[in-house]
Design a protein around this ligand. Structure first.
Ligand code: SAM
Length: 314
C-alpha cells in the first residue's frame, strides 16, 4: 500500500490562534448556560464529570503526579486540581498559543509546563507520572493515509512512519485492511505510555468504530466504518481513531483496559428537550442543531482507561 502522511504539527505550532471553531466536548460544556449541559443528567463541567467517572478506576488520593498532554484551554486540569489539590500537575503541549492559555486558566495553581511534540518525549521523562491524560487529541497525531495513487518515492519522514507500521504490525500482530489509513501516531502514543509503565492512562478521541443504536433516537442511528476517516478542519485535517488497535497494544503490555463511549462519562438525560431534538430528523431550531451535534459526539467519542497490571508504584 502507498501512503500520504497527514500531520498537524505545523498548524498547531505556527497557525493556531483559537480553539473556538474546533469545539471540543470539554469546551462545549464550559459555559454555565451551555445548552449542552441541559442534555446531561449531571450539570458539571467536563473535567468535574470526568474526574468523578475516573474515581471508579483511579485511586486519586494515592497518586501524585499527573501529566496532561494537549490540554487545550486548561479547563480539565483546572477541575482536577480543584477536586484533588494534592496532585502535582504538568502540562505538555505542542502549541505555544494553547500553552499560554493554559497558564492563564491555571494561574492560581502550581503547574509545570513544557512545549514539545509528545512523540519526542523520552520514556525516562514519562516514567515519573502516575496518571497521563490525552483528551480529544489522538486524531492530531500523524496518520498514514492510504492512497493507491500516492508517489512510491515518498519523502524521508513518510518512509520512517511507514517503517514504523511494519515494526508495530510485527510486534503486536495488528492487521490492516487493504486501503485502510493507519493512526500511526496514536499507536505510537499508546506504545510509549505503556512502555513507560504509567500506572493509569486516560485517552479519548473521535472513534471510527463507535455506533449509536439508542432505541429512543431511531432516526439518528449510525455505525462507524471501522477504518480511520478524515475530519477536515480549519487549516488542518484530523483522522478518527481505530480504538481496537490501541486496545491490542495496551493488552500486549498487560494493561487492564476499560473502553467505552462518552455517554458513560456524561450520561444523557432523556428530558423533553433532548427527546424533541432527537425526534426530529433535521433540526427545527439552533438549539436542536446544537443538541443533535453534541449527542452525536457523545456516542462518536470513545475513551480508554488503561491500568497497569504491575502497578509498580503501589
Ligand atoms: C483538539 S485540542 C483538544 C484540547 C483539549 N484536550 C480539550 O479536550 O478541549 C488538541 C490539543 O492537543 C495539542 N496537540 C496536538 N498535537 C500534539 C502533539 N504532537 N504533542 C502535544 N500536544 C499536541 C493541541 O495543541 C491541543 O492542545
Amino acid at each position: 500500500m502507498n501512503y500520504v502522511l497527514n500531520t498537524t504539527d505545523d498548524y498547531h505550532v505556527n497557525a493556531l490562534q483559537t480553539l473556538g471553531w474546533e469545539l471540543t466536548v470539554c469546551n462545549a460544556l464550559e459555559p454555565e448556560k451551555s445548552p449542552c449541559r441541559g442534555a446531561l443528567r449531571n450539570s458539571g463541567t467536563f473535567g468535574v464529570q470526568l474526574f468523578h467517572f475516573l474515581q471508579r478506576f483511579v485511586p486519586f488520593s494515592g497518586i501524585r503526579s499527573v501529566l496532561e498532554v494537549g490540554g487545550g484551554l486548561g479547563y480539565l486540569m483546572r477541575d482536577f486540581l480543584s477536586l484533588a489539590p494534592h496532585l502535582a500537575a504538568s502540562m505538555l503541549d505542542i502549541s505555544p498559543y494553547l500553552l499560554q492559555k493554559q497558564k492563564e486558566t491555571l494561574v492560581n495553581h502550581s503547574v509545570r509546563y513544557g512545549r514539545a511534540d509528545f512523540l519526542t518525549m523520552s520514556i525516562s521523562d514519562l516514567k515519573p507520572f502516575d496518571l497521563v491524560i490525552l483528551n480529544e487529541n489522538l486524531g492530531d497525531f500523524p496518520t498514514l493515509v492510504a492512497q493507491s495513487d500516492a508517489k512510491r518515492d515518498a519523502d524521508l519522514q513518510t518512509r520512517r512512519w511507514v517503517d514504523k507500521i511494519n515494526d508495530i504490525q510485527e510486534e503486536f500482530s495488528l492487521e490492516f485492511e487493504e486501503g485502510e489509513s493507519v493512526n500511526i501516531g496514536a499507536l505510537c502514543v499508546v506504545e510509549r505510555l505503556c512502555g513507560a509503565q504509567i500506572p493509569y492512562i486516560y485517552l479519548s478521541e473521535h472513534s471510527c468504530e463507535a455506533a449509536m443504536q439508542n432505541p429512543h433516537f431511531p432516526l439518528h442511528h449510525f455505525q462507524g466504518p471501522g477504518k480511520p476517516e478524515k475530519i477536515p478542519l480549519k487549516g488542518h485535517a484530523e483522522f478518527t481513531v481505530k480504538f481496537s488497535h490501541l486496545v491490542t497494544i495496551a493488552r500486549a503490555f498487560r494493561y487492564k483496559v476499560v473502553r467505552g463511549q462518552y455517554t458513560d462519562i456524561l450520561p444523557l438525560a432523556l428530558n423533553d428537550r433532548v427527546q424533541a431534538a432527537m425526534r426530529a430528523g433535521a433540526p427545527l431550531s439552533d438549539e436542536q442543531e446544537i443538541l443533535q451535534q453534541f449527542i452525536y459526539d457523545l456516542y462518536k467519542y470513545e475513551y480508554l482507561v488503561l491500568i497497569s497490571d504491575s502497578l509498580k508504584k503501589g
